[in-house]
Design a protein around this ligand. Sequence first.
Ligand code: FAD
Length: 420
Amino acid sequence: MNGKKEKVVIVGGGLVGPVCALYMAKRGYDVSLYEYRHDPRELGYIRGRSINLAASHRARRALRDLGIEDAILRVGIPMKGRFLHVPRNVLNEKLLYATKQYPNLQLFFNHKLIDVQIDKGLITFIRTDTNATVEVKADLVVGADGAHSTLRKCVLQKPLFDFSQTYVNHGYVELSIAPEFGKQMEPNHLHIWPRGNFMMIALPNYDNSWTLTLFMPFEKFYALDADDKVLNFFYDTFPDSVPLIGEKQLVKDFFRIPPSALISVKCNKYDVEDKVLLIGDAAHAIVPFYGQGMNAGFEDCTIFNEILDECNDNVPLSLKLFSTRRKNDAHAICDLALYNYVEMRDLVTRPSYKLRKFLDDFLNFILPDIWVPLYNSISFTEMNYNKCINNRRWQDKILMGVSVLLATFIVIMSFQVVFL
Ligand code: FAD
């Protein structure tokens, strides 16, 4: 396949699928996007998984490339440090509406992928509204069907395709603060209640309401099996949040759905037999503690688009290059996101963390191009994730070296004071 009118089928119309579809349609490919669910634009507001998301530099870069950043900015909340906070359903809808500008991009809802015959490029869907089976042929099949990707399951038996998944022992529930009480909280900030082994965070919505997410070990959730136990736990642990949420609402939200699980997924490559590409959570689901899952997924699309430019739309070559370039970075952000949970729930309260943050901010202020702290490089630059970690390693070495020198100097000086 080497030409621009080839047929691309994208599976998954969540966040990353439409972004990929827009990039490919812009390049002139004949794009069809198939989504399992009903068209969310026809359903109105549905409460689902993690209703709001932080879009940082990497996601915004993709939105800018596609000419829809301004439209998203209008419905988001600017957060401290070039973050944009945006409701998941609104973002999803805006992305789907943006597809209308391309006559070579078609959307199919209520289509659930059930099988792919890669050698034939034959994809089988089942229509969830009529139960009919639909078969489609494509030159390229892109799997953007999320952490539990069916397309990934279909390629698992292919030789040399490695895959691993890890569930963390912590789950999450979402709670809410109504607009009338939400006004009392400082907007444009992420609020964190770190409690050592668990934590709660709050993110603002544009109607002054807040979404709270409580992350906790599952056994702790299961122990809170009655209304009074939940209320006592909150009064003991997050007393300032109870008047804001309201007792009735708190209990209702807490038991609305069981705590959701968090999964981390790694693959050793994202291309299969010149025909399949995995992107977004299907390729590298990460736990949400760096707020980078969607960002990394959008960045997949930006990078694939750049590689297609470089390879003059030679798709098989681009697929291979994508895997080579992306693997280490995807693994790096998976690992970093797991580490950041410990930092957010526990380390942030420690003096050593505060001192390090102070030094990072100070050195970044005087040497902005040289000393970029890890968090800033992940959230506010397009530096490869792996390079962000390597940067942090040399910064650690320098600070460690300076500390040793300083300690040695203090010891020598104290000896001199004692013996003189
Ligand atoms: P999804 O959004 O999961 O979309 C997959 C789509 O595929 C769905 O629409 C699904 O219906 C469809 N699908 C599935 N199976 C099939 C099938 N067989 N056939 C057809 N369609 C199918 N990321 C950030 O960048 N910032 C954040 O602040 C952030 N916060 C988060 C908070 C929480 C609590 C969680 C859990 C995640 C968070 N993330 C965040 C991560 C982010 O939600 C994901 O990385 C992102 O949704 C991945 O997008 P995706 O399109 O790859 O997958």
